[in-house]
Design a binder for this molecule. Structure first.
Ligand SMILES: Cc1cc2nc3c(=O)[nH]c(=O)nc-3n(C[C@H](O)[C@H](O)[C@H](O)COP(=O)(O)OP(=O)(O)OC[C@H]3O[C@@H](n4cnc5c(N)ncnc54)[C@H](O)[C@@H]3O)c2cc1C
Ligand code: SF4
Length: 329
């Protein structure tokens, strides 16, 4: 590891001030950042430890539930309001990593964990995310875990987070504070598509600190599910995952939400399929059509066309379980 300066911030203001220094990075749980530092992916000049900041509460507000950026993944998943009102969020977190990692990993860090594209982690290969302009080994390499939507000729990586998929479906809001003050970012605008700057994963500006994530009230979310499909049953990132919610009014679908992981450089929301579902009967045929609509713009690569069928089957199953009140899909 390269030498770096270390400072423990005692206030958000101090963290933001220090965060603007060249080469500075915030460290929360460290479960992704330290791994990246060990293989020289990140070589910060300064680490700003934010773990003592007052961002550790989950509070009910008029606008919904406000989750501090330093709340552990475990505490979010176990919180009674999250389990009762946003079950797909609780389930998504519990299907990620391991209990030990979830106990340490934080909300802010989960949003900013980086792709698990194997070429990104291996210095022997070209990677535009690691070294801008160097090329993308995944384009011509093994790309079975890579994107079906929103990729560019510079990068075809997917965002790895489970937690972020329901947050996209829930229209969550990310609160940040930076050198220019405070601002709120709608969740679906927080992460970026790769375009020709794949080295940037989010729309955070230099020095900006995530302070909280806000979940708006969402009656539809009570009947929701998170379905994660992966190469082995535990301790693996998703090949595809679905966050689905269906609120019924009698026999008709009143509101539907659909987002997926393993699809793109960011959690991918299927608004067209949601609109199609609204007002329809909750039948197998309706769900099949919704899944078809969702995947119609998919652009498979050499090794990941299996994900198109897998995603459609996952959507059908997740919607069917949500329409019956949610639970485990
Ligand atoms: C073996 C293993 C398996 C895993 N499996 C899964 C899985 O299946 N699903 C899944 O979703 N995740 C998985 N993870 C990832 C894990 O969830 C993340 O590592 C974790 O959420 C990151 O949180 P952290 O607090 O440790 O972040 P850190 O490692 O401290 O930071 C990560 C990044 O976020 C930045 N950062 C942190 N907090 C803030 C903030 N408040 N404001 C601005 N920037 C900030 C840091 O500068 C850094 O760049 C796995 C991790 C490991 C090691
Ligand atoms: S897909 Fe993205 S992260 Fe993976 S090698 Fe290509 S540029 Fe790097």
């Amino acid at each position: 590891m390269k030498n770096f300066a270390y400072v423990r911030a005692s206030s958000v203001k101090e963290a933001v001030q220090q965060g603007s220094n060249p080469g500075a990075l915030f460290i929360a749980g460290g479960t992704n950042l330290v791994d990246r530092m060990k293989v020289f992916l990140d070589e910060p000049a300064q680490l700003i430890d934010i773990t003592r900041l007052e961002m550790t509460q989950i509070e009910q507000t008029g606008a919904g539930l406000r989750i501090g950026a330093l709340v552990s993944n475990t505490a979010v998943a176990d919180h009674p309001d999250v389990r009762r009102n946003y079950p797909m969020l609780s389930r998504a977190i519990l299907l990620g990593a391991s209990q030990q990692i979830r106990n340490v990993a934080t909300v802010g860090g989960n949003l900013l964990q980086r792709t698990r594209c194997p070429y990104y982690y291996d210095n022997a290969f070209a990677c535009n995310k690691r070294v801008p302009g160097s090329g993308c080994a995944a384009l011509t390499g093994i790309n079975r875990i890579h994107a079906l939507f929103g990729a560019s000729d510079q990068c075809i990586a997917v965002h790895p987070s489970d937690m972020c998929v329901p947050l996209a479906a829930l229209d969550a809001i990310v609160e940040v504070e930076g050198p220019q003050g405070k601002r709120q970012i709608p969740f679906t605008e927080f992460h970026r598509l790769p375009g020709d700057t794949p080295q940037r994963d989010s729309n955070l500006e230099p020095g900006e600190l995530i302070t909280a994530v806000v979940l708006p009230p969402a009656s539809f979310a009570k009947s929701s599910v998170y379905l994660k499909l992966r190469d082995r049953a535990s301790y693996a990132f998703a090949l595809v995952s679905v966050a689905a919610a269906v609120e019924m009014a009698g026999n008709q679908i009143k509101t539907a939400r659909l987002a997926m992981g393993g699809m793109a450089h960011k959690p991918w929301r299927f608004v067209e399929a949601e609109t199609f579902l609204s007002g329809k009967s909750a039948t197998a045929e309706t769900f099949q059509q919704a899944a078809k609509i969702a995947l119609q713009g998919a652009k498979p690569l050499a090794h990941n066309s299996f994900k198109v069928e897998l995603a459609q089957r996952a959507i059908r199953r997740a919607l069917a379980v949500s329409a019956k009140g949610g639970g485990v899909a």
